[in-house]
Write a protein that binds this ligand. Sequence first.
Ligand code: HSE
Length: 382
Amino acid sequence: MKIGLLGHGVVGSGVRQIIDEGATWEVRELEVVKILVKDESELTDPRCTLDFNDILNDPEISIVAECMGGLEPAHTFAKKALEKGKHVVTSNKKMLATFCMDLFETAVKSGVTVHYEASCGGGIPWMASLDRTRRVDDIEGFRGIFNGTTNYILDRMKKEGTDFSEMLSEAQKLGYAERDPSDDIDGYDVRYKVALSCVKAFDTLVNIDDITTFGIRNIRKEDLDWCAANGMTCKLIGSGKHFDGFVSACVIPTFLRGDDIFSNIPSNFNIIESQSKTLGAAAFVGQGAGSLPTAHAVVQNIVDIWKNQDPEINDKFAKPVDNQVHKGTFYIRTAKQAGFADLIDRRVGELAFITKKISLVEAAAACAAANDESLFIAEVAE
Ligand code: HSE
C-alpha cells in the first residue's frame, strides 16, 4: 500500500518513522513513497517534494496522510486527493471539524473514505472503540479530557502550586501544545475534538461555533485552592450528549470529585468515556499528544483502510447544538458581578461565588454579558 505523506513535522515524521521501521507484518505492507514538505530546509529525505502534484498525480499512491495542521492548504489538498480517488487519513482536527461536510460529501462521491482517529485523543483508540460499541449499542453521550497541554498544566499546577504561564512554556517545549497555544488554553482544540466525536458517535455534524466553550486561560491559584480545599480536582472537560433532533455539547473546566476516575489522570494523558445502554460507561486512557502516539493512530487508520476495517459509511446529519438541557452549578470568579445577582447561591471568595442550579446557556449568557476579560468559570460536579 503506497502512501503520500503531507507534512513532516511532529506527527508526519512520526508516521514516516513508524512505517519505515516496520515493526509488524501489517506495517511492513505499507510504504511512504513521497513526503510533501514546506521549504527547502526540510528536504532531508530523497522522498521529499515541495510540489503537492507529485503526490496527487502519482497513480500508485492510494492513501494520503495529511499531517500538516492548519486550515489551508491542508483542506484543499485533502479535497483534491479525495476527488482523485485517494483515501485521506488526517490528524488535523481543526481542518476536519471545519470542513467535515465538504470532505465527507467529496469522499462519498469518489467512493473513498476519510479517517481521523489521530485527530481526537492522539494515540487512544477512541474512534475505533466508538465504531465497535456502535455495532451493538447507540452511543448516548461521551465526556473526555481531550487536551494533553491543559491536563499537563492543571496537573503540575495542582501538584506543585506552580504558575500557569510557566507550565504552558514547559508543555510547549515537550511538543504537546498547538502551534498557536491559544487553541489549547481557550478550549478550541477540545471543541474540534468534541465536534468530531459527535460525528463518529452520533453521525451528527454540528456547527463548531455553537459548542459552548470555556478554557483555562484565566485560571488562578486561588481557584485551584478552593477546588482542592473542597476535595476536588480541576480538569478541562469536553462532552456531548445525543437527543432526538439535537445534541448538547460543550467544553468547560470542571471541578471533579476526588472519587471520579477522571480526577486522577496525570500529566499530558487523555481519557475519554462513552456511555451506551448495554455497555454503560467505558473509558479509554492514553497519550493524547506527542509525535509517536499521534502517528500511531494515523498508521492504525492506514492499516484499517488496507484491511477495509473502518469503512466510515454511515450518512451524517446536521443537527443543532442546544445546551438548555445541560444543568449544573458553576464556580464563577469575576470582578464584574452586577448581572449575576439572581444566579448566586453562595459566595466562596471575595470575587468568587457558586451559582444556583442553572442551565449552561444561562451561565454562558451571564458570563458574556459581564464582559470581563479575566473571568473564570468552572462547572462544579454534583
Ligand atoms: N495540542 C494538543 C493537545 C495536541 O495538547 O492535546 C493533540 O491534539
